[in-house]
Each structure stands twice: as structure tokens, then as C-alpha cells.
Design a protein around this ligand. Structure first.
Ligand code: LMR
Length: 466
């Protein structure tokens, strides 16, 4: 039998499970928003709150509006939250108020009750040692804390998970581009045979795509580093002591060891979440790149007998429950599914970004959760794709050579010697007769065998860019 205690808020009394630190407002949210339960508010956002609540307590004390003992209690609980000791105290869902007020109050209530316990008191008995609204939420509103928490969470996720994953994949693709620099293969445009290039050149294109993507993502960090805290309810900073916004951002930067600063314009920071739209735009760009790269790789690896088969990818697991010996490009399938999810999330983030009415954007939890999901998925998928697929890619030299020598588009090398029309006639005739280019070129009397061998050299058709 669950035991309950009574918690109060401005609307009255609420029964709360006795073994939980949360209070009346969290419990009301639990009861009023049974949407996609269990808890879906990302813990990263809760941790972002823990950093900012600790920073707010330090700033409030330094500016003379919070007693030192209260600061120390608040900071101690924030540290415990950051150590993961209270992960089960945050039961709320994304699908709640669009300001995230109930998650802000969830953090305030947990900090207050746990602080009461640390102070040697019994939760639910006597006056609270720390008040959730007056002490933990001092100089704050949900309207500036939630955007601050989400910026901290997303910034950390991008630098700790997303970028390292992309860089790891980028570096391995680069290593492969170097190793494959002399492997001449047939190019394809419109999915049809084209002139040759090297496998290294092809892979260097993938590297460049990811370099541009990384640059785009890095460029979004400046906007993400700007924090709304200090704006309070509508951006004016009502109920904050002078200098609070700059100092609280300084403390957040110190505690997170990341370059956070106070937002230049708090009205923008509360009412618009263009920073998230911008960041997700870069994540979408990377998803588009990854989708192209993974598709190329799985098509090049198709076969083994009836496909293109130009590269061999690691056989990590049996691919089929019914077809013995079948191996599938599962890593490419996983990463392209991630790309689809990220592209879908981009629509949600874009719609969310439009929902700023006057002084407040009210799609905060949904936007934050989607950006966090995309950032996590891209980082993890890049790491998985690198370790389980790209690192093990080997060229199938025999098949590559066979496809190059069979290609009719080698005839392009003759354009400058005999003209486009005669070259086209050679290609068309070879195709119709099922013969080789050389055979038809000589038979039609346009070149001698020696000229053909001297002029049609696939390795000299790759443009010298290695
Ligand atoms: O929760 C708050 O601090 C403010 C709330 O989001 C509101 O603007 O109504």
C-alpha cells in the first residue's frame, strides 16, 4: 500500500506519495497530464535546472537576498541531483504547460523537501526550511529558467555527444579517403554509369560534407550560450537584484565549465526560441549528409552476387531469420532511420519556434526534447556507424576493376580526340552489340588499337585530384 503525506500549494492540499520529495504542484501535474506517461521530461533538462538553481542561490546570496545557510542547502541538493541521486524524483511529461512551469516547480519542490531533510527535519512536518517559490525560485520565473535549463542541456549534449560522434566518423572517413586514393572506380550520375574517379575522391566528398555540417553546428553555439535567466516573467527582470543576470550566467559558466553568458536581449530569449530552431537546422543538415553517405555505402556494398559489390562492409550479425548466410547493411539502415527521425523532429521544432505569442514561447518542453533527441541520436548513430561499419570498409578490387573495364562511359576520354558524335557512336554500338568500346572504336575505324590504349586510361581520367 502506497503511503501518502499532505503537501500544500496556493490551491489547497494534495496527497503525495510519502517516499517522494516532490510537492503539490508536481503531483497536480502528474494527475492532470497523463499524456504519454511515464516520465518523458529529459533528465538532461532537470540537470540543466540543477546547475541554474545552484547558480541562482549563489547569486542571490552574493547580492544579499538569500541567507548563506539556505544557499548551501540548495547547492547541496543541486549537487546530489547532478550526481544522479534523485533521478526518480522527476516524474513529469513533456506534454504539460508550454512554459515548463510544472517542471520548474518539480525541481523547486524536490530541492525544498530534500533540503528540509538534510536540515534534520521530517518532510511534511513543520514549516519548510527552504520554500520552493520564495527561496529556490528566488529571482526567477519558469519563463527564464526553462529556456536557461534547455540551453544548458542542449549545449552540453552537442559538445559532449553530438560533435564527438560526428568527428569520430569524419576522421575515419578521412582515413579511408587517404587509403583509397588510388582505387579507380566507375562514377555514377543519375544512378547511371559515368566517368571514373577514385574511391578516395568519393569518400573525400563525405568528409567535406561532415566538415561543413560541423561548422554549421559550431556556429549555433554562440546563440545557445546566451541565457535567459534574469529576464523573469516577461524579460524585464522584475524581482531580481541589480547585476543578477550577468552574475548568475557567470556562475553557470563556472559550474558547467562552458562559456555561458547572459542573453543580450531577454525579450528574445523568452519569447522566441530561434536558437533551438537554428541548432536543429544544423542537425537537420547533418542528417541530410549522413543519409547520403549511408545510402552510398549500402548501395556500393550491395550484393554479394547480384548487386554493385564495390566495397565490403563488416558482417556483424546474421541478417535474416529465414535466408541462411545473408548479411545486411544494418548500420546504414539504423543511421538512415535516425536521419528520418531528425528530419521529422525538425518539423516539430520549426512549428514550435513559431509559437511565441507576445512575451512567451509556449512550446518550450516539446522543442527542447526534440532537439535533445536529435542531438543524442546523431552523436550515437555516427559512433555506431563508424565503429561497426565504416572502420571495416574494404574495397572489392576485383569487382571495381570489372565494372570500370566494362563501362561505356570511358569513351568520354575520346571526346577531345575524335569528337563527341563519333565517341557516342562507339558507345551506342558497343552497347547494342554487347561488345567492348575498343572493339567498336577500331572496327568503326576511328582509332587504332594503340591509340585507344594510349587515350583511354581510367586512372588518367580522375582529374588528378586525389
Ligand atoms: O511559471 C512562471 O513563472 C510564469 C508562467 O509561465 C506564466 O507566464 O504564466
Amino acid at each position: 500500500m502506497t503511503k501518502f503525506r499532505i503537501e500544500k500549494d496556493t490551491m489547497g492540499q494534495v496527497e503525495v506519495p510519502a517516499d517522494k520529495y516532490w510537492g503539490a504542484q508536481t503531483e497536480r501535474s502528474r494527475n492532470n497530464f497523463k499524456i504519454g506517461t511515464p516520465a518523458s521530461m529529459p533528465l538532461e533538462i532537470v540537470y540543466g535546472f540543477a546547475y541554474l538553481k545552484k547558480a541562482a542561490a549563489y547569486t542571490n546570496t552574493e547580492l544579499g537576498v538569500l541567507a548563506e545557510e539556505k544557499r548551501d542547502l540548495i547547492a547541496q541538493v543541486c549537487d546530489e541531483i547532478l550526481e544522479g541521486k534523485h533521478d526518480n524524483q522527476f516524474p513529469l511529461v513533456i506534454w504539460q504547460t508550454g512554459s515548463g512551469t510544472q517542471s520548474n516547480m518539480n525541481v523547486n519542490e524536490v530541492i525544498a523537501n530534500r533540503a528540509h531533510e538534510i536540515a534534520g527535519k521530517v518532510i511534511g512536518e513543520g514549516e519548510k526550511t527552504i520554500q520552493p517559490n520564495d527561496d529556490v525560485n528566488k529571482s526567477q520565473s519558469s519563463n527564464d529558467t526553462f529556456p536557461t535549463g534547455m540551453h544548458i542541456a542542449i549545449y552540453k549534449k552537442i559538445v559532449e555527444t553530438t560533435m564527438p560522434g560526428i568527428i569520430k566518423l569524419r576522421n575515419t572517413l578521412h582515413d579511408k579517403a587517404v587509403v583509397f586514393k588510388d582505387v579507380v572506380k566507375i562514377g555514377r550520375t543519375h544512378l547511371m554509369d559515368a566517368t571514373p574517379l577514385t574511391l578516395g575522391q568519393e569518400f573525400s566528398g563525405y568528409v567535406a560534407q561532415l566538415d561543413f555540417g560541423l561548422k554549421a553546428l559550431e556556429n549555433t553555439l554562440a546563440h545557445l550560450s546566451q541565457l535567459a535567466l534574469g529576464g523573469t516573467a516577461v524579460g524585464t527582470g522584475l524581482n531580481t537584484p541589480k547585476g543578477y543576470d550577468v552574475l548568475v550566467a557567470k556562475y553557470i559558466a563556472e559550474f558547467t565549465e562552458l562559456p555561458f553568458i547572459t542573453a543580450e536581449n531577454k525579450f528574445e530569449a523568452l519569447a522566441a526560441h530561434d536558437a533551438l530552431v537554428e541548432t536543429h537546422g544544423a542537425l537537420k543538415q547533418i542528417a541530410v549528409s549522413l543519409n547520403k553517405i549511408a545510402n552510398d555505402i549500402r548501395l556500393m556494398a550491395s550484393g554479394p552476387r547480384s548487386g554493385i559489390g564495390e566495397i565490403i562492409i563488416p558482417a556483424n550479425e546474421p541478417g535474416s531469420s529465414i535466408m541462411p548466410g545473408k548479411v545486411n547493411p544494418t548500420q546504414a539502415e539504423a543511421i538512415t532511420m535516425v536521419c528520418a527521425q531528425v528530419m521529422g523532429n525538425d518539423v516539430a521544432v520549426t512549428v514550435g519556434g513559431t509559437q511565441g505569442h507576445y512575451e512567451l514561447n509556449v512550446f518550450k518542453p516539446m522543442m527542447a526534447a526534440n532537439v535533445l533527441q536529435s542531438a543524442q541520436l546523431i552523436g550515437d548513430a555516427c559512433t555506431s556507424f563508424e565503429e561497426n561499419c565504416v572502420a571495416g570498409i574494404e574495397p572489392n578490387h576485383t569487382r571495381i576493376a570489372e565494372l570500370v573495364s566494362n563501362s561505356l562511359m570511358l569513351v568520354t576520354a575520346l571526346n577531345t580526340k575524335i569528337g563527341y558524335y563519333k565517341a557516342a557512336e562507339i558507345a551506342n554500338t558497343a552497347h547494342e552489340n554487347g561488345t567492348t568500346l575498343k572493339h567498336e572504336a577500331v572496327r568503326l575505324g576511328y582509332v587504332t588499337p594503340e591509340e585507344y590504349d594510349a587515350w583511354v586510361k581510367p586512372e588518367e581520367m580522375t582529374g588528378g585530384l586525389k
